[in-house]
Design a protein around this ligand. Structure first.
Ligand SMILES: [Zn+2]
Length: 356
């Protein structure tokens, strides 16, 4: 009999919840059933789970949480792996600067607590709760919350669009699902679908959580909310102006200049002196920047210009899947040819094989 078992057994007797005989039965059966003592006594009907939890919380002075009354903190839950939480039946409740408060059914699950402490770099503060109810709360959360799949999808997309002409991510949210497309150089490509509805704030929370600064625009119609997000994932300080870049359209960290893609005659140039975190880009549209310092995306570049530093990724249809998306093209449907150098508009048109 190990220490934990001995302690729980004698506590249950001490509180008059079981008899010596019950305990002996439990200890014998425990080995056969391959369960913990508490679980065995519950299985054979000697006590209820609440009894065990109540005794433990009394003994160790740990609060017992009635789970029906709590709302899990979704920002916090997604910081820990879903499988880990489900396997260990741990429900994160809330966090402060120093502490993270969780509900567990097993206050001796030290390895799990250590993993949380190491992951979040905070002290774990535990409360007790019924295992089944913890599990139920987690399932309910993961079913209704599309956050975990949104996060992994976005991470994946951002990794894929590095060094391509795609620089905008469109997230179209409808009642039951969410379609994700990428845009750049005149190509709109549907790339992913999440079979859950998202809340509007989820998109902003996701980019915040991924620590990716971004600009965004929102369009709403009767059935959909569409976020156009421009992630500021390209960091550079050494740019010679003027320039044409197809690098996600945006630059960090000294300043951000963004040329919108709607019109090549009068591009909407957006400018900010400092990095913008989740800033709605419509509100800074009025700040038009001096054109000699402008950075354009390829599809917003003026028709004629003198020498420009140019760095663009030219999309070419994937020869294996013809834009369907396959392993060879990273599921994007296109491969990309890098063009970098100092060119004028005539050079560029020759390179791009189009008439001026
Ligand atoms: Zn392909």
């Amino acid at each position: 009999m190990n220490n934990k078992t001995a302690k729980l057994g004698s506590l249950l007797i001490q509180y008059g919840l079981i008899t010596e005989d019950d305990l002996n039965d439990g200890l014998k059966l425990q080995k056969l059933m391959g369960l913990k003592l508490g679980e065995t006594l519950i299985k054979i009907g000697k006590i209820t789970e609440e009894n065990v939890q109540w005794v433990l919380s009394k003994q160790f002075d740990i609060p017992f949480i009635i789970l029906e009354h709590v709302n899990p903190d979704s920002d916090l839950i997604v910081k820990l792996p879903k499988n880990f939480l489900m396997e260990n039946r741990i429900l994160p409740l809330f966090e402060t600067d120093e502490e993270i408060c969780i509900v567990t059914e097993d206050i001796f699950n030290y390895s799990a607590f250590a993993l949380i402490e190491n992951t979040l770099n905070k002290k774990v503060n535990i409360s007790l709760g019924e295992g089944k109810k913890i599990e139920k709360a987690l399932i309910k959360f993961f079913k209704s919350d599309a956050m975990p799949s949104l996060l992994s999808t976005l991470e994946n997309i951002i990794e894929k669009i590095k060094n391509t002409s795609f620089y905008r991510i469109d997230i179209a949210i409808s009642n039951h699902s969410c379609d994700i497309s990428i845009y750049g150089c005149g190509i709109l490509k549907k790339i992913s679908k999440i079979n859950n509805s998202l809340k509007k704030e989820d998109v902003l929370r996701a980019f915040d959580f991924l620590k990716i600064p971004f600009l965004y625009d929102i369009h709403e119609n009767y059935s959909k909310v569409i976020f156009s997000v421009f992630p500021l994932i390209n960091k550079t300080k050494e740019i010679n102006y003027p320039a044409i870049l197809e690098l996600y359209g945006l630059l960090l960290p000294d300043f951000i200049i963004f040329a919108d893609t709607n019109s090549s005659d009068t591009p909407n140039l957006l400018y900010s002196d400092s990095p913008i975190h989740g800033y709605p880009y419509i509100s800074i549209k009025s700040r038009i920047l001096n054109y000699s310092k402008a950075i354009y995306t390829l599809d917003s570049a003026p028709q004629t210009f003198k020498k420009h530093y140019i760095k663009v990724y030219m999309p070419q249809e994937c020869s294996f899947c013809s834009t369907e998306g396959c392993e060879k093209c990273n599921e994007l449907g296109y491969t990309f040819k890098k063009i970098e150098g100092i060119y004028d508009s005539e050079d560029l048109n020759t390179i791009l094989n189009r008439s001026a």
